[in-house]
Every structure is written in structure tokens, then in C-alpha cells.
Design a protein around this ligand. Sequence first.
Ligand code: NAD
Length: 428
Amino acid sequence: MASKNFNAFQMAQTQFDKVAEILSLDEATRHLLREPLREYQFSIPIKMDDGTTKVFKGFRVQHNDAFGPCKGGIRFHPQETIDTVKALSMWMTWKCAVVGIPLGGGKGGVICDPHNLSMREQEQICRGWVRQMAKDVGPLNDVPAPDVMTSSQHMLWMLDEFETIRGAKYPGFITGKPVGMGGSLGRTEATGYGVVFTIREALKQRNIRPEDTTASIQGFGNVAQYALKLYTQMGGKVICVSCWDQKDQKAYSFRKISGITFEELLSITDRFGGIDQKKAKEMKYEILDADAWLEQDVDILIPAALENQVRADNIVKISNKVKIIAEGANGPTTPEADAIISEKGIFLIPDFLANAGGVTCSYFEQVQCNMNYFWEKDEVLGKLDYIMTSAFSEVSNLAKKKNLYMRDAAYIISISRVAQACKDRGWT
Ligand code: NAD
């Protein structure tokens, strides 16, 4: 999503260029990897409930498929832009590569605000998106998934439309489906839990027990909720969570120094991850401003809302106590803020490593759909833990060995893997 003076794609390219230089990548590979392979932009006309027709703008970007079919979510957001989708598709390529799954990078979106759309209207947008893209997506070339403001229900409508058009069952076309309809157990938890698996490993390396730590989280949607759940189960204490308030059109932070519990906060949260202020006050939460989550005296910060949230202007407000920043969201930290985080010696777990649990579990969902045999939840989460822990170790070992910032180490691993795959295929 765009905000004034911020362009996620330029940021993704800046990050790429820095590492391309470190790796001395040849000119052709740089050209290939700093742009997507394919971009689609299209109109989706919808008959609204009031009888009028509205035209929504849809996107799909396939950044790179050297390792396998493109993979990535579809966002519904009023500020969606093609450049944000391009950035997110690029990050998906690096994400799949860092955890070593045989998939490429893609992303999609629709400019719309589900807060103001009925479920019927949202269903029509999902079906319209698939009608426009049906020829260019599918289990063998590009596999969508949920993202911000899209859910398993949206995925099921999309699957139904795709299967109707193709005239056969294609459960591997899309992931994040409801359990019992081709979805995988553990997918709901996967991204948030994955973030916490990496935090657990980072703490282990520092000989710090989770029970002795506190955290603050931006966002209380899918990623943030399950990050909070597992982290508190491990004994950690979350003291602050923030979210977007649709009515006020601004964000707030919700603080409870005694510790926030998953069930309690979830009970006053809507399906968009918005927290009810009145009920929160009754439950003794302090309601603070948008950036307060970032300013808490905690050991761990977890930005898990949107891109462009940790910037040069607000990173200066973070407490000296902060030891770890684990990026649940995609692209929450700008390159300028990165420089300050690195200088302060804060350990950063970069987005495309920290939040790779979602796509890893989506990959498991595809594998299970292809076999038509579904694993128990413990098996899914066990496999997820193994992959996340291995990827974390690879990145942190390289960072330690070469004295690199963690984001650069993760990029070096991903970009060199994808560059090699392009070379091996004879593309470059
Ligand atoms: P979501 O829609 O479920 O939740 C988003 C949360 O962020 C909500 O609580 C919302 O109120 C809050 N929010 C929005 N704007 C905010 C602001 N300005 N300040 C504070 N809070 C704000 O989305 P999600 O699925 O949890 O995704 C969150 C981030 O994680 C996104 O960057 C997404 O791309 C990324 N991600 C998600 C997954 C996944 O599996 N869901 C996987 C990888 C990465």
C-alpha cells in the first residue's frame, strides 16, 4: 500500500541492489531479478447490492519462477498499488528461496475496502479476479493465497470459480483454504508461530529464557495474534499491541503492563484485527497513540501490520532495552531505519525469513492436496518448526561468520540461490 513519499518497490530494489553489489552479480542477472517477469493489471466490474455497477482494479505480479510455480497472497486494501504488489512479489521470491521450498514469488491484490463491502460483493470481486487471471494462474504456474483482509472464505470462492472455468477439481490452485475443503491444519497459526520459532532461536543464541522477556506488537491480525499466542505460551509477556481503528481512520496502541492474553484480546477484536476501544478500556487496557507500541521498554518488537512502519523518524524513539526486532509484516522497516538498527546493534530477524512460516505451510497444503492425504496438526507444525529453525540457523551462521546485518545475510542466501537457478536454466 502506498503512503506519501514511500514506494515499496523502490525499497525492495534498493535492498536488492545492495546485495547484488556484494555478490558481484552480472548485469543480466541484475536486470532479470530487479524487475518482475510478468505483471497483470485489470478491471473487475461488480454489480453492487444497491444495483449500481462499480469497477475495481485488480493486480497479479509474477516476479520469478525459476524454482517452481509463483506463490503469494492476494490483498484487498484501499491503498493497494501496482508497486506495492511488485515489491511483495519480489519479497516472495526471496522468502521461498531462504526456506528452500520449490516455489517462486508472486503477489496479487485488489483496490477495495472490505470494511465497506458486503460478503456478496466480496465474493463477486473474488470470482471476477479469477475470471481475469484464470489463464495465467494455476497449480503448475502460479498459486495464490490469503493476505491482508482476505481469508479462507475468499480462497474458497476463488477456487470454486477456477474449477468452474477449468471444468475439473484443482485443489492445488490456491492455498489458505478452509480445513475440510483442502486446507491444511496449522495454516492459520503458521505465520505467527513461524515468527516466534525464529525469536526462540535468537533468544537461545543469547542464552535468554523467553520467560524473562517482554514484547510489543504492531497489529492484531492473523500474524500478530498467533505470534502473541505462541510467545506467551513460551512464557514471554506481551505488554502492548496496536491496530487500525476503522471508525477513527487512525491507529492506536493498547497497553496492559501486567500482560496481554490471547483469548481476552481476541474476544474484543473484529475479523479485520480491529480492537474495540470501549471494551478494551473496560478490561483495563490503556489506549495510547499509534506509535506507542514502538516506544515500550521491551526486549522484543514485532511489527506485524504493514510496510513502512519502522522509519528513520520513529526508530529514534525505541527503547535501549530492545534486543530483537522480528518482522512479522512484509517490508515494515525502511533502509534508513535499517542503518540505525544495525548501528544500535539490535538483532533483526528480517521479514522474508521471520514470516516465511505462512508460505511454508501453504507449500505443505499443496503437497497434501496433491497426495489427497492430510497430516495431523502436530505433524504440520513439527515440519514447520524444522524448516524455520534450519533457515534461521543458516542465515544467522552466515551473519556471524561474515559479520553481516541479518537482512543482508538472508538476502545473500536467497539471491544467490535464485541467481544460480536462473543460470542453471540457461536464462542468464
Ligand atoms: P490482517 O489483515 O489479518 O491484520 C493486519 C493488522 O494490522 C490488523 O490488526 C490491523 O488493524 C493492523 N493495522 C493496519 N494498519 C495499521 C497501522 N497503521 N498501525 C497499526 N496497526 C495497523 O493481516 P495479516 O495477515 O496479519 O498480515 C500482516 C502483515 O504480515 C502484512 O504485512 C502481510 O503481508 C504479512 N504477512 C502475512 C502472512 C499471513 O500468512 N497472513 C504471511 C506473511 C506475511
